[in-house]
Design a protein around this ligand. Structure first.
Ligand SMILES: C[S@@+](CC[C@H](N)C(=O)[O-])C[C@H]1O[C@@H](n2cnc3c(N)ncnc32)[C@H](O)[C@@H]1O
Length: 278
């Protein structure tokens, strides 16, 4: 895979944050944190594929009280950008302790790493991985008796308004591209949350899901139009890689979508999943 840029992670973060509001309210995260912490001095959280720390910035204030986070990613550029991304955010030194680790999560799981954490979390990761990877992760979490929170996994739904010719065809190619191997075996794409929920339930977890869709409105100013542009160009590039013979259709679609950007709304379906042991 080509990797994720620091700029792209920063661009998506405000949309991620807004999308996660409803799910966070449903999950009672302070209650979850209190239960998981028990009599320990702090809650231990393992963030898989942390990027530049967006999941930490979103979750830590919602969980509350003392926390110790281990942030794991394989990309040295993203880990190097973490301190700068976190600097404006870390206002209360001591409340959240942070350790970063460079690890390739496509390699066999480090069981001792999981065993040290009460909450295993990841954001915007699940749709990149395979069924086997999710099965292994779920078993590892179960063995560690940890709760699991997967945020912002795409669910395959995309809704453009106004609709334009080529939407369905480009979406079909884009979805096929999503299922390509992203380094973890054939990716589940929009089927990942369903698979994770079934596997975690079969291991005795109580699973709750909540919608966390991106809502992007072209009338929302420069940040929104830039995001729409990125979505159009990203979808077109993936579709072209998937089906080069559809070049003309994809080129026409891109031009029409870019022309309509200022009166376009886009909903990209995502789900958050929380799994806890009774
Ligand atoms: C879409 S980004 C999400 C980043 C972050 N969680 C967020 O919400 O902004 C996917 C992340 O998966 C990481 N990743 C991809 N393959 C990986 C692997 N084999 N091992 C560890 N991290 C990986 C990327 O480096 C990137 O940080």
């Amino acid at each position: 895979m080509n990797g994720f840029s620091v700029d792209w992670l920063a661009q998506r973060e405000p949309f991620d944050r807004q999308a996660r509001n409803a799910a966070a309210a449903l999950f009672d995260l302070p209650g979850l944190a209190a239960r998981l912490r028990g009599s320990a001095s702090s809650l231990t959280v393992l963030d898989l594929a942390c990027g530049t720390g967006a999941n930490l910035r979103e979750l830590a204030p919602r969980l509350g009280s003392a926390q110790r986070w281990t942030l794991v990613d394989h990309d040295p550029r993203l880990l190097a950008a973490l301190p700068d991304a976190l600097a404006p955010w870390v206002r209360t030194p001591g409340l959240v302790e942070i350790e970063t680790l460079r690890r390739d999560l496509a390699q066999p799981f480090d069981v001792s790493l999981f065993a040290r954490h009460r909450l295993i979390t990841a954001s915007a990761l699940l749709d990149l991985v395979s069924a086997q990877w999710i099965d292994g992760l779920a078993q590892c979490a179960r063995d560690a008796e940890a709760a699991v929170l997967f945020a912002l996994s795409v669910d395959g739904g995309v809704e453009w308004q106004p609709e334009l010719p080529g939407d369905a065809e480009v979406h079909r190619m884009f979805v096929a591209h999503q299922h390509r191997d992203k380094g973890f075996g054939l990716a589940l794409g929009g089927d990942a949350v369903h698979h994770a929920a079934a596997r975690l339930s079969s291991l005795g977890y109580e699973v709750t899901q909540a919608a966390s869709h991106w809502q992007i409105d072209g009338r929302g100013g420069e940040q929104s139009t830039a995001m729409l542009r990125a979505m159009i160009e990203g979808a077109a590039a993936a579709a072209l890689e998937q089906q080069p013979s559809a070049f003309t259709l994809i080129e026409d679609w891109t031009a029409q979508r870019l022309d309509a950007i200022e009166w376009t709304t886009l909903r990209v379906g995502h789900r958050d999943l929380l799994a806890t042991l009774p």
